[in-house]
Every structure is written in C-alpha cells, then in structure tokens.
Design a protein around this ligand. Structure first.
Ligand code: ADQ
Length: 478
C-alpha cells in the first residue's frame, strides 16, 4: 500500500462503495464518489460495512484492492442491521437531525445496537491502522467511533465529517443520552460541517449544554483539557469527471431523448433519493398550486421527477412512497389530456452521464428539500447547464447549498419549500425569466461550483486534519 509523507488516509464510513461503482445510479448517495477520489489520490484504506447480512461472518474483514483503492469491509448480522442501521441511524438520528421530531423513534435496544456496532467497527479497523495514518470518519452512523478508537489506545489524528445538518440545541436535547454522544465526539481532533449554520448549532450546544469553552472564531472547543476544532467544509461535486461524463454519447443521447419527448414545453426536473427530507410531496403541492393559479399554462411545461426508493425497510420511507404515488396520480388525473401528461414520475436511478443529459435538457431544476446537509444535485444541475442558454435553479432556503448558491438573490431562486404559494411564484418566475437574467444567475453560481469542488473539499479537510491548515484565525478552511 502506498504512503505519502503524512501517512495514509484511512476512511471509515457506514458503507463502502467499490471504485467501479463510481458514477453509478444514485442509491449510494453523495459520499461514494467523493471518497473514491480522495483515496485514489492519497492511497490508504476505506473501511465499512459491505452491505451484506451474515450471521456467522459478522465482523470478519474482507480486504480487496481495485483501481488504486484498498477496501476493507465487514458483514453485519441481521440484528445489527435492524438496530444500528434501520433503527438508531435511520429512525432516530436521521429524522431528528433533519428536524423531524414527529418521525423520530427512540428505542433503548436500537441505541445499544448502535453502540455495539460502533465498537465492532473500532475492533475490526484498529489492526489496519498504522501510527502515522490520518483517520477520517464519516457521518451520523459513526458519531462515537473516535472515542471507541481512543479507548483502544489510538493516538492518531482522527477527524469526523457530518454530511447532514446538526440540529438546533432545542431539538437535539430531545434525544435521550444526547450528552453522551457529544462527549464521545470530543475525542476527535477535527469535526467538519457542511455549513456555518450547522457548525454554529454544534458550538452553541457545546457551550450551553456541556459547559465547554468555545472560541467562536477559530471553532476550538475545549472540555476537560481536550481541544477539538469545528470547521465548515461545504462539500462539492467532482467537476472534471462530471464534465467529462457530460461529453459522452450516453449524456448526449439522454439529452436528446428528453428534448424530443418534451417538444414545445419547458422541462422541469427533480432528482432525489426517495426520502421525506427532500420535500417531494411539498414540491408537488407547489406545482399543483401553480396549475390552480395558472390553468392556461398546463401545456407550457412537463415536470420530471426521478426518485429511486431508498431505505425501504424503514416504515416512514414506505409511507413517503405511497404519498408520492397518490399525489402524482391525483395531479395527473386532474390535469392530463389524451396527449398530455404533466408529471412524469420515475422510480429508478440513472448514471451521472444520463443525469447530465437530463439536466441540460431541462430549463428548470427543482431542488426543494425541507432540510438537507448540502444537496449535490443542486450543484450538478447548474454544472450541466449551457452557459449561453442556462436553466434556472429553484432551491430550498433550507438546503445547505443555499449558503453558497443563494447569496443576495443573485444565483438560485430561493424558496420556502413548505409554502405552495412560494413555489408556485418561483415556477412562474423561472418559466418567464429572460435569457440575460438566467445567464447572470448562472454566472453568480458557477465559480464556486467549479472551484470549491470535491478535490478542494477533501484536500482542505485532509490538510487541516494533518495539522497543516492555513489560517487558524478563521472558522473556514484556508
Ligand atoms: P444524499 O441525501 O444522498 O446525501 P445528495 O447530495 O442530494 O443527497 O445526492 C447525492 C448524489 O446522489 C448526487 O451525486 C446525485 O446525483 C445522486 N442522486 C440523487 N438522486 C439520484 C437519482 N434519483 N438518480 C441518480 N442519482 C441520484 C448526503 C446528504 C446531502 C449531502 C451529501 C454529500 O443528505 O445533503 O449533499 O450527503 O455530503
């Protein structure tokens, strides 16, 4: 295995995506492509759950090397999957961190399962880690992992990045044993957040509830003689790869396919995992409101929603799927003609090349989550546009991406996704927006999407974790 001057990178996340899967249809979420890029650049190991359930082999490591990346995976037992993954991670932490107390379930058993699997991760990965390796842990599944590694005597630099929001203190304290989770997080050296808002919520919690000493400027949190730094690292897209995918025949064919099937109408697109945090029923309510208010415009557009199912073992995900099927059926029932179907709802994923083609064919991108750590679809939609004739991004003000793309009403058209009137108004604005304004809005966004890309993100975090960060006087990476 390769080494760099500062040691290898050890990435630990819930799931490991083998490099070949890069760019494959979306079920893995934004983490996969990002980490494969980082590891093939620096060398090291990506450790996590294989995605397989196996009673006997639970915890046994399977090492594989492909495309410059070594992956080390373990299987989990079905009890582990129920309690740790479907239970505590996806029925407790995910809804709570997305401000959905109404969907948050807390069961003592799933909490124990979460701790047990974190301990098993620590036990399995420890022998693979050498003293000068940098260890980078990802996401809400593994909040206490750093502490479990320290308990085994590990003194390496250990960083953690949270891909989803950090909730406001008043919400977070509704989690039983919340102090225990955060106390465990104090064992990291660096904690990264997608936006200043999530980072500030974390700092506030540490000060108010833990009595930690907090430096708001540097993000340093000191508790019981240990200091951890919290900083903002907005994740970006793999610009070069995405542009290269956009030049392929596959992307071109996908674009043509949409253009020829939506002739004379403006195509609007939404691309999301089927998740209640993505605001899909609310998006349909906005379109419905637009049609109520502007019935004469029913022939002006077609809306394409691509939403492959995810986490289907969790009840709230089955519920959201039914709700969407119902709403799509109602809308199409009310507004279709024999030659017209206003909503196309597709339950499958597509490759990034095809998504590029679809985005380019669509003059409006609807990205309207109720809450989202960042949302990479917003950035991909803009990155796929023709600079001479760009489409309009309608973006939820509650997506992390709004901090970068919605500044001063110059880039994306920002909306409150809970308000059908607001969505309806934004759709009208986008449908009627003159070319000059579309170009100006595109220009306001494209620089940060191109420059603050995934390579910038991994490099900035890795460098700060290694202790080679630039301006320590700021809460933003250098
Ligand atoms: P996700 O919630 O999975 O990720 P997001 O950032 O929107 O969300 O998408 C990740 C990737 O999946 C994108 O590259 C996108 O193209 C792809 N994808 C999404 N829907 C798809 C579909 N229907 N078909 C094909 N591909 C699809 C979590 C957080 C986000 C954060 C990312 C990265 O919830 O807020 O942006 O991690 O940190």
């Amino acid at each position: 295995m390769e080494r760099s001057a500062i040691g290898r990178l050890i990435v630990i996340s819930n799931r490991v995506a083998v490099p070949q899967a890069r760019g494959a249809a979306g079920a893995q979420g934004g983490l996969a492509g990002a980490l494969n890029s980082a590891l093939s650049d620096q060398g090291g190991i990506w450790f996590g759950w294989s995605g397989q359930e196996s009673e006997e082999a639970s915890g046994t490591i399977n090492l594989q090397r492909s495309d410059g990346v070594t992956t080390a995976t373990i299987d989990l037992s079905s009890r582990d999957v129920d309690e740790y993954y479907n239970g505590y991670a996806n029925s407790t932490l995910w809804p709570l961190f997305h401000y959905r107390l109404d969907l948050t379930r807390y069961e003592r058993e799933t909490g124990k399962g979460y701790e047990r699997v974190n301990e098993m991760f620590a036990e399995s990965v420890s022998p693979l880690i050498e003293p000068d390796d940098l260890v980078w842990v990802h996401d809400y599944h593994l909040l206490p992992l750093g502490e479990r590694l320290r308990a085994r005597g590990m003194t390496n630099r250990i960083g953690f990045f949270l891909h989803i929001p950090w909730p406001p203190t008043r919400l977070f304290v509704s989690l039983p044993y919340h102090e225990r989770l955060v106390a465990a997080m104090m064992q990291y050296d660096l904690i990264g957040f997608q936006t200043d808002e999530w980072r500030d919520s974390f700092l506030q919690y540490c000060r108010k509830e833990m009595g930690a000493e907090v430096n708001e400027v540097t993000g340093e949190i000191t508790l019981d003689g240990r200091t951890v730094t919290a900083r903002t690292y907005p994740i970006g897209i793999d610009w070069d790869t995405f542009q290269a995918e956009g030049r392929t025949e596959e992307a071109h064919r996908a674009e043509q396919r949409l253009v020829s099937s939506t002739r004379h109408r403006v195509a609007m697109i939404g691309v999301d995992r089927l998740d209640y945090s993505k605001g899909l029923p609310e998006r349909l309510d906005g379109i419905s409101r637009f049609l109520e208010q502007n019935p004469e415009r029913v022939r002006d557009f077609v809306f394409i929603q691509i939403a492959p199912p995810s986490r289907e073992d969790v009840q709230s995900y089955q519920d959201i799927r039914h709700t969407l099927e119902q709403k799509t059926g109602q809308l199409n029932g009310a507004y279709s003609e024999v030659d017209l179907l206003p909503i196309r709802y597709v339950n499958r994923g597509y490759s990034h090349a095809e998504l590029f083609g679809f985005f380019r064919a669509c003059k409006i991108g609807l990205v309207t989550p109720l809450r989202d750590g960042m949302n990479l679809v917003a950035k991909e939609y803009v990155a796929a546009q023709d600079p001479e004739d760009p489409g309009v991004l309608i973006l939820s003000r509650f997506a992390g991406a709004a901090e970068q793309l919605g500044k001063d009403d110059k880039g994306a058209v920002l909306v409150n996704p809970y308000s059908p009137d607001d969505l309806s108004h934004a759709i009208r604005l986008a449908l009627d927006m003159p070319l000059e304004e579309r170009k100006a809005r595109y220009q306001a966004m494209i620089g940060t999407i191109r420059e603050d890309n995934i390579q910038w993100w991994t490099e900035a975090f890795r460098r700060d974790l290694a202790g080679h960060g630039g301006d320590q006087g700021s809460n933003q990476p250098a």
